[in-house]
Design a protein around this ligand. Structure first.
Ligand SMILES: Cc1cc2nc3c(=O)[nH]c(=O)nc-3n(C[C@H](O)[C@H](O)[C@H](O)COP(=O)(O)OP(=O)(O)OC[C@H]3O[C@@H](n4cnc5c(N)ncnc54)[C@H](O)[C@@H]3O)c2cc1C
Length: 481
C-alpha cells in the first residue's frame, strides 16, 4: 500500500457543502479528514505539531505524546489498521511506535489530503457564535469561521495526578508516566528504587521495563484494587484474533449471547492460559471480567514471579524518601512514578461549550452534544480495541451528516438516548475516572452503523436536506487579534 499512489475516491471540495474545521491530525483527526475528503466536504485541519500521528510520534514536538522509547501497540496490528488500509505485511503483530507513526503518515499521502492540513498551528480558541457558526482562533492570532467543527485533540496527553496526593512530602523524584522516556530519561532511574503507582497499561509496561535488574534496583508496584490482566498471546494467536475488525458486524452469536456470558467465557480462557491476578500475588478483582478496562501484559506475571516487581497496596503517606503503604510496610524509594491516567480536556472551549469534569462527559453516541448540530467529537472513547477503526466509523457518520445523506433524530431523542447509554455504562463498569467513556467496540461500532442506516432512510424520506448550511465562506474575513 505504501506505494505513493492516491487511493480512495477523493472529490473536489464542494462549496455547496458546509465548511469544516478539524482540530488535530492524530490517528483520529486523519480518519475524519479522509472521510470528508472523499465526500467532497471542504475542510481545514489544524495540527499543533509539525507532523501526523499525535501520541504515536515519540517525543512529538507538541509535548503531548505519552509514548516512551520502548512503546509497542497493545492491540494487534490488523485490528488497529483502518478498514481500507492494512498495515504493511512485514510489520510484526504488535508494532513499535515508530512503525505506527509511519503508517499514519503513509495513510495521509495514500488518500491524498495532506494539503488540507496546516501544521505547527494550534487552535487556541473555538467559540460557537449566536448565529451557530464556529469562530476559530489559531495560534497565529488569525480568526476563521466554519460551519462545523470536528474535535480530535486526543485524551491521553494531559496527565491526571492523584488528587488529593497522599499526605506528607516525598523528597525523591516524582513524575507522571506521561513524561517517562526510558530508564535513563528524563531522570536516571538505573540502580534506583522506584515505586510505580497504578495498574493500567503504562504502569505495567514501565514496571516490566524498569523491573529488569539492569535498570532499576527494585520496582514496587502500588495497586489499589484488582484488575484483570490479558496476555498478548493466547497460544499462537494475538489477543484480539477472535474479534472481527470493528468495521465488520460482530458474529450473530456475539450479538445474541448476553454480554455477561461472553465475558465469563473470556475470564475462564484468560485464567486457563495466563492465570488470574490473585494467582500472582495481586489483589483479586472485585468485579467480573468486562466490568473494568483490563490491563494488557504478557510479561508482568513473569517480573512479579522473578521478584523484580514487588506488589504493594495504596500509598498511605510520604516522609522524606520513605513511602508508607496502607498495609503498614515502608520502603525507602528514590522515585515515584504516577501512572494515574489522563484528564479529558478541551483547552480551546469555555466550560459552557463543553467540559468533562472528572472525565465525565455524556454525549450522544459518544460524539455529539444534542445542543449543537455542528460539533462532533471523535475518539472521545475508551475502547477495549484499537481507537483507529472506531474513529473511522464515527467519521463515516459525520461525513454522511454533513452531506445530507444522513438525518439525525430530534435533539430530544438524542438527549434521551445519550442519557440511557451513559447510565448503562455507569451501571456496568467499576466507578472510576478510568471508565467514564468506556465502549464495547463491536457493539458500539455495530450500533453506529445501524444508526447510519436509520438516518439514511430518514434523510431520504425528507429529500436529503442539508442539516448545516454553507454560510461561513460568505461571511467577511475576521480581523486577527
Ligand atoms: C502509552 C499509551 C499507549 C497506547 N496504546 C494504544 C494501543 O495500543 N492501541 C490503541 O488503539 N490506542 C492506544 N493508546 C491510545 C491513544 O490515545 C490512541 O492510540 C491514539 O493516539 C488516539 O489518537 P487521537 O488522534 O485521538 O489523539 P492523539 O494521538 O493524542 O492526537 C491528537 C492530535 O491533536 C493535536 N492537537 C491537540 N490539540 C490541538 C489543538 N488545540 N490545535 C491543533 N492540534 C491539536 C495534537 O498535536 C495531536 O497530533 C495508547 C495511549 C497511550 C498514552
Amino acid at each position: 500500500m505504501a506505494d505513493g499512489s492516491v487511493g480512495g475516491h477523493p472529490r473536489a471540495p464542494d462549496p455547496a457543502l458546509p465548511k469544516v474545521c478539524v482540530i488535530g491530525a492524530g490517528s483520529s483527526g486523519i480518519a475524519t479528514c479522509k472521510q470528508l475528503h472523499e465526500a467532497g466536504v471542504p475542510f481545514d485541519c489544524f495540527e499543533a505539531s509539525d507532523r501526523i500521528g499525535g501520541n504515536w510520534v515519540f517525543q512529538n514536538r507538541n509535548g503531548m505524546s505519552s509514548a516512551y522509547r520502548s512503546l509497542h501497540i497493545n492491540t494487534s496490528r490488523d485490528k488497529m489498521a483502518y478498514s481500507d488500509f492494512p498495515m504493511p505485511a512485514d510489520y510484526p503483530d504488535y508494532p513499535h511506535h515508530s512503525h505506527i507513526a509511519r503508517y499514519f503518515d503513509t495513510y495521509v499521502d495514500h488518500f491524498g489530503f495532506r494539503q488540507h492540513i496546516t501544521f505547527n498551528c494550534a487552535v487556541t480558541w473555538a467559540k460557537r457564535r449566536e448565529d451557530s457558526l464556529w469562530e476559530i482562533t489559531l495560534e497565529t492570532g488569525e480568526k476563521r469561521l466554519y460551519d462545523a467543527l470536528v474535535v480530535a485533540n486526543g485524551h491521553h496527553w494531559d496527565p491526571r495526578w492523584p488528587d488529593p496526593k497522599p499526605p506528607g512530602h516525598f523528597t525523591g523524584i516524582e513524575m507522571h508516566s506521561h513524561h517517562y522516556i526510558d530508564p535513563a530519561a528524563p531522570h536516571d532511574l538505573r540502580g534506583k528504587k522506584v515505586v510505580i503507582v497504578g495498574f493500567g497499561n503504562s504502569a505495567l509496561d514501565l514496571a516490566c521495563e524498569l523491573g529488569r535488574k539492569e535498570n532499576a534496583e527494585q520496582v514496587y508496584l502500588s495497586v489499589r484494587r484488582g484488575y484483570w490482566v490479558v496476555p498478548r498471546y493466547f497460544g499462537k494467536e494475538v489477543l484480539d484474533a477472535g474479534n472481527p475488525h470493528p468495521s465488520q458486524d460482530p458474529p450473530l452469536l456475539h450479538r445474541i449471547l448476553p454480554g455477561k456470558m461472553i465475558a465469563r467465557a473470556l475470564e475462564k480462557k484468560i485464567a486457563a492460559v495466563h492465570g488470574r491476578p490473585q494467582d500472582h500475588g495481586l489483589p483479586e478483582p472485585d468485579h467480573p471480567f468486562g466490568a473494568s478496562h483490563p490491563a494488557i501484559s504478557q510479561e508482568i506475571y513473569n517480573r512479579i514471579g522473578s521478584g523484580d516487581v514487588l506488589i504493594k497496596p495504596d500509598i498511605e503517606s510520604f516522609d522524606g524518601k520513605q513511602v508508607r503503604f496502607k498495609d503498614g510496610s515502608v520502603v525507602e524509594a528514590d522515585a515515584v512514578i504516577w501512572c494515574t491516567g489522563y484528564k479529558v480536556t478541551f483547552p480551546f472551549f469555555d466550560d459552557a461549550t463543553l467540559a468533562a469534569p472528572d472525565n465525565d462527559i455524556a454525549l450522544w453516541k459518544r460524539m455529539i452534544d444534542p445542543r449543537f448540530d455542528n460539533l462532533f467529537m471523535v475518539a472521545l472513547v475508551q475502547p477495549l480495541c484499537a481507537m483507529m477503526p472506531i474513529a473511522e466509523e464515527q467519521s463515516k457518520l459525520i461525513a454522511a451528516w454533513l452531506t445530507g445523506r444522513y438525518a439525525a433524530p430530534s435533539p430530544a431523542t438524542m438527549a434521551a438516548e445519550r442519557d440511557a447509554m451513559h447510565a448503562a455504562v455507569k451501571a456496568h463498569y467499576v466507578a472510576s475516572a478510568r471508565h467514564t467513556i468506556q465502549i464495547n467496540c463491536g457493539a458500539y461500532a455495530f450500533d453506529l452503523r445501524k444508526e447510519l442506516r436509520r438516518g439514511i432512510k430518514r434523510a431520504k424520506s425528507l429529500g436529503n436536506p442539508l442539516p448545516i448550511q454553507p454560510r461561513a465562506a460568505k461571511v467577511l474575513p475576521l480581523a486577527a487579534e
